[in-house]
Design a protein. Structure first.
Length: 95
């Protein structure tokens, strides 16, 4: 049994998942999810195995911010660190 917790990567773009996974996999136990709803189910099926969740900001159905708020509001998942990122090219006016 491994004592190392897993890192979850969530993004609706294959390219972003592949790139991030290639960087992290040699050093960490990583699981990737294209669907944030499936990721949420995986998190709640066994919350204690997750050491870090890295999620895209903008996704269909359940975006990264909404997912994070949901996880932070539940006592089983509120202590899992979450990183939200975006590949979107923001313009100054968007900020």
């Amino acid at each position: 049994m491994s004592l190392t917790k897993k890192i979850m990567l969530i993004d609706d773009q294959d390219y972003n998942l592949d790139t991030s996974s290639q960087i992290l996999t040699p050093h960490y136990d990583v699981e990737t999810y294209l669907c944030s709803i499936k990721a949420k189910c995986a998190i709640f099926s066994n919350p204690s195995i997750w050491g870090l969740i890295i999620t895209d900001y903008q996704m269909p159905i359940l975006d990264g911010v909404t997912l994070s708020k949901f996880l932070l509001s539940d006592k089983r998942t509120k202590n899992i660190p979450i990183v939200i990122y975006s590949a979107y090219d923001f313009e100054k006016e968007d900020l």
